[in-house]
Design a protein around this ligand. Structure first.
Ligand code: THU
Length: 133
């Protein structure tokens, strides 16, 4: 699957966003090296803090189906905002543990695009090594 196709898959996931509070829709798609795809959309809640972002749902979905960081080829994260959205801080923390540092992260809002990775998005990381020594 090409980068463009993966971005299109993420836009399909965005259609499933449940965002009655923010009306901000996000979709994500993880591409595994074996060709499998794992989707996520943001799912909000009246208790706002219980909301889960699209990219965490997609990566947790991949892990829940047995994928680990070395099995992941790339992730696309897309939104319908007026400017290019980038993962929130909590998602960056999750992605820094569950993706490789250089795993491609493709961002798009349909008009603007940026290719990045977690090393760029989250410098000075707090990791498992800090906790376990
Ligand atoms: N959101 C995501 O899905 N991913 C992000 O990285 C940024 C925020 C969602 C959470 C919430 O449903 C809405 O966008 C507004 O914050």
């Amino acid at each position: 699957m090409t980068r463009e196709e993966l971005i299109q898959e993420a836009f399909k996931a965005l259609k499933n966003a449940y965002a009655p509070y923010s009306h901000y829709h996000v979709g994500a798609c993880v591409l595994a090296k074996d060709g499998r795809t794992f989707y996520g959309a943001n799912v909000e809640n009246a208790s706002y803090g219980a909301t889960i972002c699209a990219e965490r749902n997609a990566v947790f979905n991949a892990y829940s189906n047995g994928c680990r960081k070395d099995d992941i080829e790339a992730i696309a994260i897309v939104s319908d905002g007026g400017r290019l959205g980038a993962p929130c801080g909590m998602c960056r923390q999750v992605l820094c543990e569950l993706l490789n540092q250089d795993t491609p992260i493709y961002l798009s809002n349909g008009t603007e695009e940026k290719d990045t990775n977690i090393a760029e998005l989250l410098p000075m990381q707090f990791t498992m090594e800090d906790v376990l020594g």
